[in-house]
Design a protein around this ligand. Structure first.
Ligand code: PMP
Length: 397
């Protein structure tokens, strides 16, 4: 059987490409490599026992509903648990004020699908989560970046860009950003709410990392703060995820948004995957009733905090003069910059030869990439390997 030479693919595919990161990931199977490249949580920290207990319980107690088709909006017991979970984080939301999505990635896709016309402008942070840039581009968006610093997006610059471009939406990762590791200050969060109301612009708050703080909790989410700014909730969508706090394999995320956006996203989700797996939704819901999450998160926070501390010390020791970096207060990433304008992708190639991997920063920029930047994840690497890996980076440089 011969394959067709060229299928008549949709024009929209021209806006996206297989990411540079994927190419790099092919090399990660090399034996002996120490990888700071991934964006995965550490599987050794998954609460397998609690998840197994939850799966067994829901199969024993409610086999019909969890193995059957379900509602597109989500499995009601999970929506109730998520409403409580968000309540503990200062967000008042009724169970029907949120929908469950297949990972928060799907929420971002549904936002793109429901909001973006070809040629529309959207504003993201520079740098930001690569899959969001690609997803919005697939819908034909012109993606514009706003600069960030250690305290998150530069709100003065963002406000100017909004006034100039009148974007369809602004996408932010305010807490322990990927890839930046940066956290938006409380004062800037409040200003974003005022700007959203004044300019009548939808702000999408993506928050998969907020629970992974090291010493102290981050400022309340923009959504939580919206309670103090009349009218602001009409301009906010908030994406949450179980991926970094429980398990990404469950593919359970959620979106809180104004009713009209939730309704349209639900309609589009219906044509996409009908609903998120009831089995994993029910498992997550049961897990949240067990009272194990606090203990699980306490361990994850402690382990990640220690790894981040060792990574900061090692970077300072081994690459001190050649690199500047932020020291994140939570999450999974260090964002670093090579001094003297050195190119991080050439450095990545030399690093692979020394059996250590990281991701060059350029692909995380929608435009005007800073080629001297790089992202290092400490989440899956033990402290001894972190020391060894960063020493190898020192040699590669
Ligand atoms: N947003 C950000 C900022 C992420 O880093 C990720 C995954 N690493 C996602 C969304 C998607 O996560 P998931 O679909 O597993 O919830």
């Amino acid at each position: 059987m011969s394959l067709p030479v060229s299928l008549p693919f949709a024009d929209r595919l021209q806006f996206v490409e297989t990411s540079a990161i994927r190419e790099l990931f092919k090399l990660l199977g090399t034996p002996g490599i120490i990888s700071f490249a991934g964006g995965f949580p550490d599987p050794a920290l998954f609460d397998v026992e609690g998840i197994a207990e939850s799966t067994a319980a829901v199969l024993a107690n409610t086999p019909g509903p969890v193995l059957q088709y379900g509602a597109t909006e989500g499995y009601n017991p999970l929506r109730e648990q998520l409403s409580k979970f968000m309540g503990n984080k200062g967000v008042t939301v009724a169970p029907d004020g949120l929908i469950v999505t297949t990972g928060s990635q799907q929420a971002l896709d549904l936002i793109g699908k429901t909001m973006i016309n070809p040629g529309d402008k959207v504003i993201v942070e520079g740098p930001t989560f690569l899959a969001t840039i690609q997803c919005f581009r697939l819908y034909g968006a012109q993606v514009i970046s706003a600069p960030i610093d250690a305290n998150g997006v530069d709100v003065d610059a963002l406000e100017k860009l909004i006034d100039e471009h009148r974007p369809k939406l602004v996408y932010l990762i305010p807490t322990f950003g990927n890839p930046s590791g940066a956290t938006l200050s409380l004062e800037r969060r409040k200003r974003i709410l005022d700007i959203a109301v004044r300019t009548r612009t939808l702000v999408v708050e993506d928050d998969p990392y907020g629970e992974l703080y090291f010493d102290q909790p981050p400022p309340p989410s923009i959504l939580a703060l919206s309670a103090d700014v009349p009218g602001s909730r009409d301009w906010l969508a908030h994406c949450g995820s179980m991926s970094k706090i429980l398990s990404p394999g469950l593919r359970v995320g959620w979106m809180i948004a104004p009713p009209a956006l939730l309704a349209n996203a639900t309609m589009c989700k219906q044509f996409s995957d009908a609903h998120t797996s009831n089995l994993t939704q029910a498992t997550a819901a049961h897990y949240l009733t067990l009272g194990r999450l606090d203990g699980t998160l306490a361990v994850v926070r402690k382990v990640y905090a220690e790894r981040a501390r060792v990574m900061a010390e090692s970077l300072q020791r081994e690459l001190g003069g050649a690199i500047t970096f932020n020291a994140p207060q939570g999450g999974m990433f260090f964002w670093a910059k090579l001094t003297e304008g050195r190119d991080a992708s050439a450095f990545a190639k030399r690093a692979i030869e020394k059996l250590v991997a990281f991701v060059p920063g350029a692909p995380f920029f929608a435009h005007d990439a800073d080629k001297s930047t790089l992202r290092l994840s400490f989440a899956t690497v033990g402290v001894e390997k972190i020391e060894e890996g960063i020493a190898r980076l020192g040699q590669a440089l």
